[in-house]
Design a binder for this molecule. Structure first.
Ligand code: 5GP
Length: 194
């Protein structure tokens, strides 16, 4: 039986992957994989839409039971993708998009080599810094952690199948949609595996 495509979107904080993803979902019928996280909810976020907000204890128990397709510690919090969510969508033949960090992307690619890895980046680290500051959702300490991690994440871009430079939102969103369309036009990947 044919399955859906599994797309992974990664990139440093401030690269605009969340905004690009929201634009994408206005145009395309695909499923967003809602991750579990131990970080607290930000203003404007909703349980079950942006994340499932769970305790560290529950997260660690789920990890021990093998419930995650991938999980990682990012900026001091735990984030993970539940296996059953992804498998259910792929098996039904729909496409799914995971917005996860580079550690998680590596884990998924090793388990599901057919996953399509897309890296979103800003034109420069200076751009990232000013975008993060403008966003204003982080404290100075959280901002410092995210900026330090950003430099490392930028170095991982070469492991990805595609890199999109978010220099201009409309252009980058069209590039992303075009890329995904090209994969969707191809024969769907076989379902099954891990
Ligand atoms: P934020 O706290 O800003 O929502 O996300 C922080 C980082 O965690 C982002 O790079 C985001 O892509 C990543 N992330 C979100 N969900 C997951 C997940 O399920 N697994 C992994 N490995 N990273 C995730």
């Amino acid at each position: 039986m044919a399955g859906g495509h599994l797309f992974i979107l990664s990139g440093p904080a401030g690269a605009g992957k969340g905004t690009l993803r929201k634009i994408l979902f206005q145009k395309m019928d695909m499923v967003f994989s809602v991750s579990c996280t131990t970080r607290s909810m930000r203003p404007g976020e909703a349980e079950g839409r942006d994340y499932y907000y769970i305790s560290r204890e529950d997260f660690e128990r789920m990890a021990r039971c093998g419930e995650f397709l991938e999980w990682a510690e990012v900026h001091g919090n735990l984030y993970g993708t539940r296996k059953c969510d992804v498998e259910g969508v792929l098996y039904s033949g729909r496409d799914i998009l995971l917005e996860i960090d580079v550690q998680g992307a590596r884990q998924v690619k090793s388990r599901k080599p057919e996953a399509i890895l897309i890296f979103i980046t800003a034109p420069s680290l200076d751009d990232l810094e000013s975008r993060l500051e403008d966003r204003g959702t982080e404290t100075q300490a959280q901002l410092d952690v995210r900026l330090r991690n950003a430099a490392n994440e930028m170095r991982s871009a070469r492991e990805y199948d595609h890199i999109i430079v978010n220099d201009e939102l409309l252009r980058a969103s069209e590039e992303l949609a075009g890329l995904i369309e090209r994969y969707r036009d191809r024969t769907p990947v076989p379902s099954g595996g891990n």
